[in-house]
Design a protein around this ligand. Structure first.
Ligand code: 5GP
Length: 169
């Protein structure tokens, strides 16, 4: 398997600092509840959180969406929230938005809990692949339609710990 760097460690860290400044400004330094979608977004979310100087609460969710003959689109929740998000500024942190299916249904679920606000921040965005009407409020990098690994993204659960983002040839 040939691995080629798409986004370097330096580029990632630089972009995260920019995003953190933007987020602080947009939220006017109000408290944020980050909902980190496991496993992929963990690396990105922790680096992002460390760069935000205002108060950040962190919570985790693990989900997968049904496919095939099962009721398409419903979320299969493997780990649910551990805190109340009523009247909170919620920021979903995802690794990549591909078809948009996961976030489309997750957004609905979280909105039903009446947060004060709900936004999406993603490390990567594959616009070309979108099938569901979803767009992220913060995108670190738009990428072409390639299968990527590293910095949280896996290939068979491996490669998540690469400090850069690569594609497989
Ligand atoms: P969506 O629900 O937007 O179709 O899919 C999002 C999920 O698909 C991501 O959270 C990620 O787990 C997986 N995914 C989509 N594209 C890629 C990719 O290029 N590489 C890896 N490793 N996972 C991907």
């Amino acid at each position: 398997m040939q691995i080629k760097t798409l986004i370097s460690q330096e580029e990632i860290q630089e972009r995260i600092k920019e995003l953190a400044r933007q987020i602080e400004k947009d939220y006017n330094s109000e408290e944020i509840v980050m909902i980190v979608i496991l496993n992929g977004a963990a690396f990105f979310a922790m680096d992002l959180a460390k760069n935000i100087t205002s108060s950040v609460l962190v919570d985790f969710m693990k989900i997968s969406s049904y496919s095939g003959t099962q009721s398409t689109g419903n979320l299969k929740m493997k780990l649910d929230l551990s805190q109340d998000i009523l009247d909170k500024n919620v920021l979903i942190v995802e690794d990549i938005v591909d078809t948009g299916r996961t976030l489309y249904y997750l957004k609905d679920y979280l909105l039903s809990k009446n947060p004060k606000s709900l936004k999406i921040c993603t490390l990567l965005n594959k616009e070309e692949r979108r099938e569901f009407d979803i767009s992220a409020d913060y995108v670190a990098f738009d990428i072409p339609n390639k299968f990527v690994i590293g910095y949280g993204l896996d290939y068979d659960e491996k490669y998540r710990n690469l400090p850069y983002i690569a594609y497989v040839e």
